[in-house]
Design a protein around this ligand. Structure first.
Ligand code: URA
Length: 433
Protein backbone atom coordinates (compact mmCIF):
# COMPACT_ATOMS: atom_id res chain seq x y z
CA UNK A 1 0.00 0.00 0.00
CA UNK A 2 1.26 3.50 -0.79
CA UNK A 3 0.37 6.62 1.17
CA UNK A 4 0.24 8.67 -2.02
CA UNK A 5 -2.62 6.48 -3.35
CA UNK A 6 -4.56 6.91 -0.09
CA UNK A 7 -4.15 10.70 -0.35
CA UNK A 8 -5.26 10.58 -3.99
CA UNK A 9 -8.31 8.50 -3.16
CA UNK A 10 -9.46 10.98 -0.52
CA UNK A 11 -8.55 14.02 -2.65
CA UNK A 12 -10.94 12.90 -5.39
CA UNK A 13 -13.68 12.26 -2.81
CA UNK A 14 -13.36 8.48 -2.41
CA UNK A 15 -14.11 6.43 0.70
CA UNK A 16 -11.07 4.95 2.45
CA UNK A 17 -11.19 1.25 3.35
CA UNK A 18 -10.49 0.04 6.88
CA UNK A 19 -7.18 -1.40 5.61
CA UNK A 20 -6.15 1.98 4.19
CA UNK A 21 -7.05 3.73 7.45
CA UNK A 22 -5.18 1.07 9.41
CA UNK A 23 -2.09 1.60 7.25
CA UNK A 24 -2.39 5.35 7.93
CA UNK A 25 -2.95 5.14 11.72
CA UNK A 26 -0.20 2.54 12.22
CA UNK A 27 2.16 4.61 10.08
CA UNK A 28 1.41 7.75 12.10
CA UNK A 29 1.85 5.95 15.44
CA UNK A 30 5.11 4.33 14.37
CA UNK A 31 6.45 7.53 12.81
CA UNK A 32 6.76 5.83 9.40
CA UNK A 33 4.83 8.36 7.32
CA UNK A 34 6.42 11.75 6.73
CA UNK A 35 4.55 14.75 8.16
CA UNK A 36 3.93 16.21 4.67
CA UNK A 37 1.95 13.13 3.61
CA UNK A 38 0.03 12.97 6.90
CA UNK A 39 -0.81 16.67 6.54
CA UNK A 40 -1.88 16.20 2.91
CA UNK A 41 -4.36 13.51 3.92
CA UNK A 42 -5.65 15.62 6.81
CA UNK A 43 -6.25 18.52 4.41
CA UNK A 44 -8.00 16.22 1.94
CA UNK A 45 -10.28 15.00 4.78
CA UNK A 46 -11.03 18.65 5.68
CA UNK A 47 -12.23 19.30 2.12
CA UNK A 48 -13.84 15.94 1.29
CA UNK A 49 -15.09 14.86 4.73
CA UNK A 50 -15.70 11.20 5.63
CA UNK A 51 -18.58 8.72 5.59
CA UNK A 52 -19.94 7.47 8.94
CA UNK A 53 -18.20 4.09 8.43
CA UNK A 54 -14.83 5.75 7.79
CA UNK A 55 -15.19 7.92 10.92
CA UNK A 56 -16.10 4.85 13.02
CA UNK A 57 -13.08 2.92 11.69
CA UNK A 58 -10.67 5.85 12.10
CA UNK A 59 -11.83 6.38 15.72
CA UNK A 60 -11.54 2.72 16.60
CA UNK A 61 -8.05 2.46 15.08
CA UNK A 62 -6.88 5.63 16.85
CA UNK A 63 -8.27 4.39 20.19
CA UNK A 64 -6.40 1.10 19.74
CA UNK A 65 -3.14 2.85 18.76
CA UNK A 66 -2.22 2.81 22.47
CA UNK A 67 -3.44 1.60 25.85
CA UNK A 68 -7.14 0.69 26.26
CA UNK A 69 -7.77 1.44 29.94
CA UNK A 70 -9.59 -1.34 31.79
CA UNK A 71 -11.79 0.09 34.53
CA UNK A 72 -13.24 -3.30 35.54
CA UNK A 73 -11.40 -3.29 38.92
CA UNK A 74 -13.92 -0.57 39.89
CA UNK A 75 -17.43 -1.90 40.55
CA UNK A 76 -20.49 -0.30 39.03
CA UNK A 77 -21.32 1.71 35.93
CA UNK A 78 -18.57 4.20 35.14
CA UNK A 79 -19.52 7.45 33.43
CA UNK A 80 -17.15 9.90 31.75
CA UNK A 81 -17.87 13.47 30.73
CA UNK A 82 -16.14 15.56 28.11
CA UNK A 83 -16.41 19.20 27.14
CA UNK A 84 -15.28 20.46 23.75
CA UNK A 85 -13.76 23.38 25.64
CA UNK A 86 -14.96 26.70 26.90
CA UNK A 87 -13.99 29.79 28.85
CA UNK A 88 -14.73 29.53 32.57
CA UNK A 89 -15.81 25.92 32.02
CA UNK A 90 -15.17 24.26 35.37
CA UNK A 91 -18.15 21.90 35.10
CA UNK A 92 -16.08 18.71 35.54
CA UNK A 93 -15.21 19.87 39.08
CA UNK A 94 -18.94 20.13 39.82
CA UNK A 95 -20.64 17.38 37.82
CA UNK A 96 -18.20 14.61 38.73
CA UNK A 97 -18.79 15.04 42.52
CA UNK A 98 -22.56 15.44 41.97
CA UNK A 99 -22.70 12.24 39.92
CA UNK A 100 -20.52 10.44 42.49
CA UNK A 101 -22.84 11.56 45.29
CA UNK A 102 -25.72 10.00 43.29
CA UNK A 103 -23.93 6.62 43.21
CA UNK A 104 -22.20 6.88 39.81
CA UNK A 105 -18.50 6.06 39.54
CA UNK A 106 -16.38 8.68 37.75
CA UNK A 107 -12.83 7.58 36.86
CA UNK A 108 -11.82 10.45 34.67
CA UNK A 109 -8.80 11.33 32.60
CA UNK A 110 -8.57 14.99 31.68
CA UNK A 111 -6.34 17.18 29.59
CA UNK A 112 -4.35 20.35 30.05
CA UNK A 113 -5.40 23.60 28.45
CA UNK A 114 -3.84 25.02 25.32
CA UNK A 115 -5.01 28.30 23.82
CA UNK A 116 -7.95 30.30 25.14
CA UNK A 117 -9.72 27.46 26.99
CA UNK A 118 -8.49 26.04 30.29
CA UNK A 119 -7.82 22.42 31.19
CA UNK A 120 -9.23 20.63 34.24
CA UNK A 121 -5.82 19.25 35.17
CA UNK A 122 -4.29 22.77 35.34
CA UNK A 123 -7.18 23.88 37.55
CA UNK A 124 -6.76 20.93 39.93
CA UNK A 125 -3.01 21.52 40.14
CA UNK A 126 -3.71 24.93 41.71
CA UNK A 127 -4.73 22.96 44.84
CA UNK A 128 -1.59 22.62 46.99
CA UNK A 129 -0.33 19.02 46.98
CA UNK A 130 -2.90 17.70 44.49
CA UNK A 131 -1.47 14.84 42.39
CA UNK A 132 -2.78 14.38 38.86
CA UNK A 133 -0.45 11.47 38.00
CA UNK A 134 -1.48 8.34 39.92
CA UNK A 135 -0.46 4.74 39.21
CA UNK A 136 -3.50 2.66 38.08
CA UNK A 137 -4.07 0.88 41.42
CA UNK A 138 -4.02 4.18 43.33
CA UNK A 139 -6.38 5.71 40.75
CA UNK A 140 -8.85 2.83 41.17
CA UNK A 141 -8.55 3.02 44.98
CA UNK A 142 -9.25 6.79 44.91
CA UNK A 143 -12.44 6.12 42.90
CA UNK A 144 -13.50 3.37 45.32
CA UNK A 145 -12.91 5.68 48.30
CA UNK A 146 -14.29 8.99 47.01
CA UNK A 147 -16.59 7.80 44.20
CA UNK A 148 -14.47 9.78 41.75
CA UNK A 149 -10.92 10.64 40.72
CA UNK A 150 -9.53 12.90 38.03
CA UNK A 151 -6.06 12.28 36.63
CA UNK A 152 -4.03 13.45 33.63
CA UNK A 153 -4.11 11.41 30.45
CA UNK A 154 -1.41 8.76 30.29
CA UNK A 155 1.14 9.36 27.53
CA UNK A 156 0.03 6.17 25.82
CA UNK A 157 -3.66 7.08 25.49
CA UNK A 158 -4.47 7.24 21.75
CA UNK A 159 -0.92 8.21 20.71
CA UNK A 160 -2.01 8.44 17.05
CA UNK A 161 -4.33 11.29 18.05
CA UNK A 162 -1.53 13.04 19.89
CA UNK A 163 0.59 13.11 16.74
CA UNK A 164 -2.29 14.01 14.45
CA UNK A 165 -3.51 16.79 16.74
CA UNK A 166 -0.05 18.39 16.89
CA UNK A 167 0.05 18.44 13.06
CA UNK A 168 -3.55 19.67 12.73
CA UNK A 169 -2.76 22.55 15.05
CA UNK A 170 -0.07 23.88 12.69
CA UNK A 171 -1.68 23.01 9.31
CA UNK A 172 -5.09 24.63 9.90
CA UNK A 173 -6.83 21.26 9.83
CA UNK A 174 -8.43 21.34 13.29
CA UNK A 175 -11.87 22.43 12.10
CA UNK A 176 -13.18 19.26 10.48
CA UNK A 177 -16.06 17.37 12.06
CA UNK A 178 -14.71 13.86 11.22
CA UNK A 179 -11.27 14.81 12.60
CA UNK A 180 -12.60 16.47 15.78
CA UNK A 181 -15.09 13.66 16.44
CA UNK A 182 -12.53 10.88 15.93
CA UNK A 183 -9.93 12.74 18.01
CA UNK A 184 -12.21 13.25 21.01
CA UNK A 185 -13.96 9.89 20.85
CA UNK A 186 -10.75 7.87 20.38
CA UNK A 187 -9.58 9.16 23.77
CA UNK A 188 -12.99 8.60 25.36
CA UNK A 189 -13.17 5.00 24.09
CA UNK A 190 -9.62 4.31 25.25
CA UNK A 191 -10.41 5.75 28.72
CA UNK A 192 -12.69 2.80 29.43
CA UNK A 193 -15.96 4.28 30.76
CA UNK A 194 -19.30 2.53 30.14
CA UNK A 195 -21.17 5.77 29.46
CA UNK A 196 -20.14 9.17 28.12
CA UNK A 197 -21.82 12.58 28.46
CA UNK A 198 -20.53 15.10 25.94
CA UNK A 199 -20.84 18.84 26.48
CA UNK A 200 -20.57 20.33 23.01
CA UNK A 201 -20.11 24.07 23.35
CA UNK A 202 -21.49 26.48 20.78
CA UNK A 203 -20.81 30.19 20.26
CA UNK A 204 -18.00 32.76 20.14
CA UNK A 205 -15.78 30.99 22.69
CA UNK A 206 -16.28 27.49 21.28
CA UNK A 207 -14.55 25.35 18.69
CA UNK A 208 -17.89 25.20 16.85
CA UNK A 209 -19.24 28.72 16.39
CA UNK A 210 -22.65 27.83 14.92
CA UNK A 211 -25.47 25.75 16.35
CA UNK A 212 -25.71 23.77 13.10
CA UNK A 213 -22.04 22.68 13.26
CA UNK A 214 -22.29 21.93 16.98
CA UNK A 215 -25.29 19.66 16.41
CA UNK A 216 -23.52 17.91 13.51
CA UNK A 217 -20.44 17.30 15.69
CA UNK A 218 -22.58 16.07 18.60
CA UNK A 219 -24.52 13.62 16.38
CA UNK A 220 -21.28 12.24 14.91
CA UNK A 221 -19.77 11.66 18.37
CA UNK A 222 -22.94 10.08 19.78
CA UNK A 223 -23.03 7.69 16.80
CA UNK A 224 -19.38 6.71 17.37
CA UNK A 225 -19.97 6.07 21.08
CA UNK A 226 -23.12 3.99 20.56
CA UNK A 227 -21.52 2.08 17.66
CA UNK A 228 -18.73 1.08 20.08
CA UNK A 229 -21.09 -0.10 22.81
CA UNK A 230 -20.86 2.98 25.05
CA UNK A 231 -24.07 4.74 26.10
CA UNK A 232 -23.53 8.30 24.86
CA UNK A 233 -25.52 11.54 25.24
CA UNK A 234 -24.52 15.02 24.08
CA UNK A 235 -25.80 18.37 25.30
CA UNK A 236 -25.25 21.47 23.18
CA UNK A 237 -24.56 24.31 25.62
CA UNK A 238 -23.92 28.01 25.25
CA UNK A 239 -20.41 29.44 24.96
CA UNK A 240 -21.37 32.92 23.75
CA UNK A 241 -20.55 34.13 27.26
CA UNK A 242 -18.09 32.80 29.84
CA UNK A 243 -19.61 30.19 32.14
CA UNK A 244 -19.95 31.47 35.70
CA UNK A 245 -17.89 34.44 36.87
CA UNK A 246 -14.39 33.03 37.41
CA UNK A 247 -11.84 32.41 34.63
CA UNK A 248 -8.45 31.00 35.56
CA UNK A 249 -7.30 28.12 37.71
CA UNK A 250 -7.50 28.61 41.52
CA UNK A 251 -10.45 31.02 41.05
CA UNK A 252 -12.33 28.36 39.05
CA UNK A 253 -11.77 25.69 41.71
CA UNK A 254 -13.06 28.15 44.32
CA UNK A 255 -16.15 28.86 42.19
CA UNK A 256 -16.78 25.13 41.70
CA UNK A 257 -16.63 24.65 45.50
CA UNK A 258 -19.08 27.55 45.98
CA UNK A 259 -21.42 25.98 43.44
CA UNK A 260 -21.31 22.64 45.27
CA UNK A 261 -22.19 24.51 48.47
CA UNK A 262 -25.27 25.89 46.68
CA UNK A 263 -23.91 29.42 46.14
CA UNK A 264 -22.82 29.17 42.51
CA UNK A 265 -23.72 31.52 39.67
CA UNK A 266 -27.07 30.70 38.09
CA UNK A 267 -25.76 29.76 34.62
CA UNK A 268 -23.00 27.51 35.94
CA UNK A 269 -25.36 25.78 38.38
CA UNK A 270 -28.02 25.19 35.71
CA UNK A 271 -25.60 23.73 33.12
CA UNK A 272 -23.91 21.56 35.77
CA UNK A 273 -27.23 20.15 37.00
CA UNK A 274 -28.21 19.25 33.43
CA UNK A 275 -24.88 17.53 32.70
CA UNK A 276 -24.82 15.69 36.03
CA UNK A 277 -28.46 14.59 35.63
CA UNK A 278 -27.57 13.05 32.26
CA UNK A 279 -24.61 11.21 33.79
CA UNK A 280 -26.86 9.80 36.51
CA UNK A 281 -29.49 8.93 33.89
CA UNK A 282 -26.93 7.02 31.82
CA UNK A 283 -26.09 4.96 34.88
CA UNK A 284 -29.76 3.87 35.01
CA UNK A 285 -30.70 5.66 38.22
CA UNK A 286 -34.16 6.80 37.05
CA UNK A 287 -35.90 9.05 34.56
CA UNK A 288 -34.17 12.25 33.52
CA UNK A 289 -36.56 14.27 35.72
CA UNK A 290 -35.76 12.01 38.72
CA UNK A 291 -32.03 12.30 38.02
CA UNK A 292 -32.32 16.11 37.91
CA UNK A 293 -33.95 15.96 41.35
CA UNK A 294 -31.16 13.70 42.63
CA UNK A 295 -28.54 16.15 41.31
CA UNK A 296 -30.22 19.09 43.07
CA UNK A 297 -30.46 17.05 46.27
CA UNK A 298 -26.77 16.06 46.10
CA UNK A 299 -25.89 19.76 46.19
CA UNK A 300 -28.52 20.80 48.76
CA UNK A 301 -27.50 18.02 51.20
CA UNK A 302 -23.76 18.77 50.94
CA UNK A 303 -23.10 15.21 49.72
CA UNK A 304 -21.54 16.39 46.43
CA UNK A 305 -19.27 18.87 48.21
CA UNK A 306 -18.19 16.01 50.51
CA UNK A 307 -17.29 13.90 47.45
CA UNK A 308 -15.10 16.70 46.04
CA UNK A 309 -13.33 17.03 49.40
CA UNK A 310 -12.73 13.28 49.60
CA UNK A 311 -11.38 13.26 46.05
CA UNK A 312 -8.94 16.09 46.79
CA UNK A 313 -7.76 14.29 49.93
CA UNK A 314 -7.46 10.92 48.15
CA UNK A 315 -5.24 12.60 45.56
CA UNK A 316 -2.98 14.24 48.16
CA UNK A 317 -4.40 17.77 47.98
CA UNK A 318 -5.05 20.23 50.80
CA UNK A 319 -8.85 20.20 50.95
CA UNK A 320 -8.93 23.20 53.32
CA UNK A 321 -8.76 25.46 50.23
CA UNK A 322 -12.28 24.32 49.35
CA UNK A 323 -13.64 25.79 52.60
CA UNK A 324 -11.47 28.88 52.55
CA UNK A 325 -10.37 30.21 49.17
CA UNK A 326 -7.93 32.63 50.87
CA UNK A 327 -5.70 29.57 51.29
CA UNK A 328 -5.20 29.43 47.52
CA UNK A 329 -2.21 31.24 46.03
CA UNK A 330 -3.33 34.90 45.69
CA UNK A 331 -2.45 37.20 42.79
CA UNK A 332 -0.23 40.15 43.75
CA UNK A 333 -1.89 42.48 41.23
CA UNK A 334 -5.67 43.07 41.06
CA UNK A 335 -7.21 45.76 38.92
CA UNK A 336 -10.69 46.54 37.65
CA UNK A 337 -11.86 47.19 34.14
CA UNK A 338 -14.64 49.78 34.47
CA UNK A 339 -17.49 50.67 32.10
CA UNK A 340 -16.81 53.75 29.96
CA UNK A 341 -20.57 54.31 29.59
CA UNK A 342 -23.87 53.15 31.04
CA UNK A 343 -26.41 50.79 29.43
CA UNK A 344 -26.82 47.02 29.20
CA UNK A 345 -24.11 44.47 28.65
CA UNK A 346 -25.02 43.29 25.15
CA UNK A 347 -22.45 40.62 24.40
CA UNK A 348 -19.03 39.29 25.27
CA UNK A 349 -16.56 37.91 22.74
CA UNK A 350 -15.80 34.87 24.83
CA UNK A 351 -12.71 33.82 22.88
CA UNK A 352 -11.20 37.28 23.46
CA UNK A 353 -11.92 37.00 27.21
CA UNK A 354 -10.13 33.64 27.21
CA UNK A 355 -7.21 35.20 25.37
CA UNK A 356 -7.02 38.05 27.93
CA UNK A 357 -6.94 35.51 30.75
CA UNK A 358 -4.14 33.64 28.96
CA UNK A 359 -2.12 36.88 28.65
CA UNK A 360 -2.41 37.36 32.42
CA UNK A 361 -0.77 33.95 32.91
CA UNK A 362 -3.82 31.70 33.47
CA UNK A 363 -3.37 29.72 30.23
CA UNK A 364 -0.75 28.39 27.86
CA UNK A 365 0.33 30.06 24.66
CA UNK A 366 2.64 27.15 23.85
CA UNK A 367 2.89 23.63 25.28
CA UNK A 368 5.82 24.76 27.46
CA UNK A 369 4.24 27.91 28.96
CA UNK A 370 4.18 27.97 32.76
CA UNK A 371 0.77 28.64 34.29
CA UNK A 372 0.25 31.11 37.14
CA UNK A 373 -2.38 29.39 39.33
CA UNK A 374 -3.58 32.68 40.83
CA UNK A 375 -3.99 34.57 37.53
CA UNK A 376 -7.33 35.08 35.83
CA UNK A 377 -10.40 37.24 35.48
CA UNK A 378 -13.42 37.71 37.73
CA UNK A 379 -16.46 38.73 35.70
CA UNK A 380 -18.48 41.44 37.50
CA UNK A 381 -21.19 41.96 34.87
CA UNK A 382 -22.79 39.30 32.71
CA UNK A 383 -24.70 39.54 29.43
CA UNK A 384 -28.03 41.32 29.99
CA UNK A 385 -26.94 43.08 33.22
CA UNK A 386 -27.55 46.82 33.65
CA UNK A 387 -24.26 48.74 33.88
CA UNK A 388 -23.57 52.25 35.21
CA UNK A 389 -20.67 54.27 33.85
CA UNK A 390 -17.58 53.69 36.04
CA UNK A 391 -18.84 50.37 37.46
CA UNK A 392 -16.41 47.42 37.37
CA UNK A 393 -17.07 45.04 34.47
CA UNK A 394 -14.29 42.63 35.46
CA UNK A 395 -11.32 42.29 37.81
CA UNK A 396 -7.98 41.20 36.36
CA UNK A 397 -5.66 39.07 38.53
CA UNK A 398 -1.98 38.45 37.81
CA UNK A 399 1.55 38.23 39.15
CA UNK A 400 2.80 39.66 35.85
CA UNK A 401 2.02 43.42 36.00
CA UNK A 402 3.55 43.96 32.54
CA UNK A 403 0.62 42.03 31.00
CA UNK A 404 -2.13 44.18 32.54
CA UNK A 405 -2.41 46.95 29.92
CA UNK A 406 -2.72 44.64 26.95
CA UNK A 407 -5.09 42.23 28.72
CA UNK A 408 -7.29 45.16 29.78
CA UNK A 409 -7.35 46.53 26.20
CA UNK A 410 -8.28 43.11 24.89
CA UNK A 411 -11.04 42.70 27.44
CA UNK A 412 -12.49 46.15 26.73
CA UNK A 413 -12.90 45.39 23.02
CA UNK A 414 -14.51 42.04 23.91
CA UNK A 415 -17.37 43.61 25.88
CA UNK A 416 -20.17 45.50 24.10
CA UNK A 417 -22.51 47.82 25.95
CA UNK A 418 -25.73 49.13 24.33
CA UNK A 419 -28.89 50.95 25.31
CA UNK A 420 -31.41 48.09 24.91
CA UNK A 421 -31.23 44.82 26.87
CA UNK A 422 -30.23 41.86 24.65
CA UNK A 423 -32.54 38.90 23.95
CA UNK A 424 -32.09 36.10 26.49
CA UNK A 425 -30.32 33.12 24.91
CA UNK A 426 -30.77 29.52 26.14
CA UNK A 427 -28.03 27.84 28.19
CA UNK A 428 -28.79 24.38 26.81
CA UNK A 429 -29.78 24.32 23.13
CA UNK A 430 -30.29 20.64 22.47
CA UNK A 431 -29.86 17.11 23.78
CA UNK A 432 -28.69 14.45 21.35
CA UNK A 433 -29.03 10.79 22.28
N1 URA B 1 -10.31 18.44 21.31
C1 URA B 1 -9.72 17.29 20.92
O1 URA B 1 -9.36 16.46 21.75
N2 URA B 1 -9.57 17.06 19.61
C2 URA B 1 -9.96 17.93 18.66
O2 URA B 1 -9.79 17.68 17.49
C3 URA B 1 -10.56 19.14 19.07
C4 URA B 1 -10.73 19.36 20.42
Amino acid sequence: MRMVDIIHNKRIGGELTREELEFFVQGVTGGNIPDYQVSALLMAICFRSMAAREIADLTDLMAHSGEMVDLSPIDGFKVDKHSTGGVGDKTTLIVAPVAAACGVRVAKMSGRGLGHTGGTIDKLESIPGFRTALPPEEFFEAVRRAGLAVVGQSGNLAPADKKLYALRDVTDTVESIPLIASSIMSKKLASGADGIVLDVKTGSGALMKTLEDSIALAKTMVEIGEHNGRRTIALITDMDRPLGTAIGNAVEVAEAADTLRGHGPEDLTAVSIELAANMVFLAGKGSLAECREKAHEAIASGAAFGCLKRMVEAQGGDSRVLDDSERFPQARERCDLTADRGGFLLSTDTEAVGAASMMLGAGRETKDSVIDPAAGILIRKKTGDRVERGEPLATLLTDRPETLDEARRHLRTAIRIGQEPPKKAPLVYARIS
